[in-house]
Write a protein that binds this ligand. Structure first.
Ligand code: FES
Length: 65
């Protein structure tokens, strides 16, 4: 559902924030269990946000879901 909301908002050029509620292992950025890919990060060296540290709310244009 978040993916559909993200796509709709971006298509309509509407600012959108999404709350990513990942299952969290450590909650301090050590286990990478909550990683979400940054939008427009290079395929050969993808970059990630930690939902536990940087979120849980992100601009829809900042993450790839
Ligand atoms: S929960 Fe472990 S890195 Fe986020």
């Amino acid at each position: 559902m978040l993916k559909a909301v993200k796509e709709l908002a971006e298509k309509q050029n509407i600012p959108c924030q999404i709350s990513l509620e990942e299952k969290m292992g450590c909650g301090i950025g050590a286990c990478l269990g909550c990683a979400v890919k940054k939008a427009q990060s290079p395929k050969e060296a993808p970059e990630y946000y930690h939902v536990c540290k940087g979120g849980p709310v992100f601009k829809s244009t900042d993450v790839e879901i």
